[in-house]
Design a protein around this ligand. Sequence first.
Ligand SMILES: [Zn+2]
Length: 448
Amino acid sequence: MSILQTIDGFQFSPVQTSVINNASSTVALGLSAAKLSETVDYSGHKVVSVLPKSEESLQMLESFERKGLITYWNKPSGLNRLASIQISAGNFELISNILAEQALSPTILIDNIQELIEKQKSEIRQRQIQNANSKAFDFENFHVYSELVAFMEEMAANNSLVTYSVIGQSYEGRDIGQVAVRTGSPGVKQIIFLECGVHAREWITESTCIWIFDQLASGYGVDPEITALVDKYDWIIVPTSNPDGYEFTWASDRLWRKNRALTDNPVCPGVDLNRNYDANFGGDGSSPLACSETYHGVSAFSESEARAIRDSLAENRGFVKAFVSVHSYGGIWMSPYGYVTELPLEYDEMYRVMAIGAEAITATYGTPFDYANEAAILCKTNCFFEWNYKDLTSGTTRDYAYVGENIIYAYTIETRGKIYGFVPPPSEILVTAIETWNGIKAMANNLL
Ligand SMILES: [Zn+2]
């Protein structure tokens, strides 16, 4: 179907997501809208990098995004800062011409998203076939949620350091699983808490956190650094805090971001869980519109998935020394606040530790990694880019960990991955996990 829209004097077809196996009545309205039960096909969709050099260019991108003509894969964090945007096949020529006229220097990063998705699927299948006779968990492949849960349960059954618990249920009734790695009883040592898989399409965060979990559980008594880190801290990991969204990305829409809750708009389910926390809920950088990728939900903690993390943090109140929300992608380590440009009182200390973490990531394979507080993007030293644009976010898990639970070391890590975006091949898992873990270890070794 083709509904023409007129935007700023230009005519566009809406962002098209055709739907495979659609025998009945699916209506493809836009990137956020065409998320029903069938498989969404991204044939011809491209990811383009742009370089905004003026406020006007940034505003134009914002306007395109608000109108559903583009989807950000990586939001522009400032002037002269590369951003990545997804454009449908139908809009590509016109939008790329406008971007070129505005001196945004559009460069194609991914020519056909569906091809990348198919390639990823095929590589996953190949590894599954190769490992069909092995009972060992394949850390270098992606796994559906039930396999992640089975692995956590198996580790808990066979490793005395590991406890598996269910901290809540998702909207569709899936257990939200959490593992703890600890040598003694809970409530004695301080805790390092990792939350992963908040955004459904960010599969490499699940893979990274499951690998880190195994490093901790299997490395104790073997690796001296890990032994010391488990002796000093209890580790709590929630590998998938959005299981419904994650399952939906396997079954129907590889690029789904939010959870799967129904909203007041029947064609636009899903709340952005990383906008649903009680930390300036509903403020800048979140949307009241159900079809938005950053829809904040009807109220703070309206979503059971966010409540599960909130309650787990509350249960461990007073013990959580550091909280890290692992996302992909972008190559940046961020601290509070996301919603105001003022710096937190403890910013110098937050900054000191995230600098150590980010630099440990870079030291691993040379991956460029920035670090800054999210809202003001005040990168002080060793900055890869000069940022001066406010990229606000409200209602995030990280800011709640800080303002709601007083956890000073509250961070978001956006892992590497600029080439493949949200659809990396399995061969990216191990390098991402290793460098991210090096960053988190460096953080843990330097907490005051
Ligand atoms: Zn994310």
